[in-house]
Design a protein around this ligand. Structure first.
Ligand code: ADP
Ligand code: ZN
Length: 433
């Protein structure tokens, strides 16, 4: 079902007219209220009156994590502080947290966006939403919570952790919709198996997973092991939190960006130039309605591309392709660019390899050494050493074929690699220490 038929199926022309109107008002608001933004615009020689068509967005300077850091904690807020009713901070995956604020109206929009997201995944009134995203400063928990309530579903604010209890509650309360990170969903599947709980005896029907990168193979794994439909959802605290984009259950291919609230752009991460439609690059977002913490052309560092073709579900919003990595998670190993997603792709294509791995990079002398630790199934692990060695060599060879560099493979016993309750930590780079 489409939560907001009127906006989610707007013809492109009407949508773009709405975007332009909102963009003009955003730029005026920010110019008047935030000295830092005003100075940046002046530096770029652009004034609010220069925004006459959507393309003029390109005249505006980018906003980066560095701008947020320089204005820590509240320097970019665009309303008097008395109007702020909520404060969140990013999980700080890459350094100091960034602080974001919301007015009453922002919280209201966010609930609308997450209700749309849940609807995209086929959730509805009467569903029991098992919300295992972390509650706290992280936007995931409360963002999903308000959306589920707006939808009219019954939400269980279980947060992350204590997996056995999670499963007991799923059984007893009849959870139908699961929300958490994809790595935590796999973790729950493991615990379920340990407890001898057959997912087919549960009422779970769909899961909405996001906050970290995951692949198509991991989706298959989660769907099979939890006996559900797994949907990719996307967001970041600087732009709103979850609720920026979501896959629809009809296609499960590309995430509809809620374009009446956000304008997405794809740029060349090196030059900052906008790329032609369909090309892959860095995602940039402008928030059209946000009051307390609007951002103009925020550089996410996430890599994706936009799909402009109409979607079967009827939504007219463009889709962004599932995120393939971040400009800052790229490892440079002996001069070769390596994305963790490429390693995951190789691992997940091999029988007997479990979806739990970690990449460890060390420097020995002047040489970068990459080690990939990966769990293998119980059966393989208890097989002959020869079998294990053969498997390790095969993984090594396939990584070498794909990336052109050699690495060490360490096959480890099931459950050796640390499980996450939130975002998984896939890379340990000891070179920077
Ligand atoms: P951070 O992790 O940067 O401290 P957030 O907690 O707001 O801040 O996380 C936002 C980031 O999480 C995004 O920029 C993106 O890298 C990642 N992310 C969120 N959803 C997804 C998704 N569905 N697929 C891949 N990555 C995602
Ligand atoms: Zn769709």
């Amino acid at each position: 079902m489409i939560w907001n038929e009127e906006f989610e199926t707007l013809p492109r022309e009407a949508l773009e007219a709405l975007q332009l109107k909102r963009l003009k008002s955003l730029v005026e608001r920010v110019y008047d209220a935030v000295p830092y933004y005003r100075k940046k615009m002046e530096g770029a020689g652009v004034a609010p009156s220069d925004i006459r068509e959507l393309r003029d967005l390109r005249k505006l300077p980018f906003t980066t994590k560095e701008d947020l850091r320089l204005n820590y904690p509240f320097g970019l807020f665009a309303v008097p502080f008395e109007q702020v009713v909520r404060i969140h901070a990013s999980s700080g995956t890459t350094g100091k947290p960034t602080v974001v604020g919301y007015t009453k109206k922002d919280i209201d929009s966010w609930a609308e966006l997450m209700a749309r997201t849940l609807s995209c995944g086929g959730a509805h009134r009467g569903d029991v939403v098992h919300n295992a995203y972390g509650y706290g400063l992280f936007t995931g928990g409360l963002g999903a919570h308000y959306g589920a309530e707006r939808l009219g579903a019954a939400v269980i604010p279980i947060s992350g952790g204590n997996s056995k209890r999670q499963i007991m509650i799923m059984q007893d309360f009849g959870s139908t919709v699961l929300m958490c990170t994809p790595s935590y969903a796999l973790n729950l599947a493991d615990v379920m198996k340990d407890m001898n709980v057959d997912p087919k005896t549960l009422k779970l029907r769909v899961g909405l997973f996001g906050a970290e990168p995951w692949s198509e193979k991991i989706r298959e794994e989660i769907e099979k092991r939890l006996n559900i439909n797994a949907i990719d959802i996307f967001g970041l605290s600087e732009v709103m939190g979850p609720g920026v984009a979501s896959e629809c259950i009809e296609e499960k291919h590309g995430l509809h960006v809620f374009e009446d609230f956000f304008i997405p752009e794809i740029i060349n991460p090196e030059t900052g130039e906008p790329l032609p439609p369909g090309e892959r690059g860095e995602l940039v977002f402008t928030t059209l309605t946000k009051e307390a913490f609007p951002v103009i052309r925020y550089r996410t560092k996430d890599l994706s591309r936009l799909i402009e073709e109409p979607c079967r579900c009827g939504r007219t919003f463009y889709r962004m392709e599932r995120i393939t990595g971040r400009t800052d998670d790229m490892l440079i190993i002996r001069g070769v660019n390596v994305f963790p997603s490429q390693i995951e792709h190789v691992l997940m294509s091999i029988e007997g390899v479990e979806p739990h791995y970690q990449i460890i990079v060390n420097r020995e002398g002047a040489l970068d050494i990459m080690e990939v630790q990966v769990e293998v199934s119980e059966e393989i692990f208890s097989d002959e050493v020869k079998v294990l060695e053969r498997l390790a060599r095969r993984i090594e060879r396939e990584i070498k074929d794909l990336l052109g560099i050699s690495c060490k493979i360490k096959l480890v016993e099931p459950k050796t690699i640390q499980r996450s309750e939130g975002k998984a930590k896939r890379v340990i780079d000891n070179r920077k220490l």
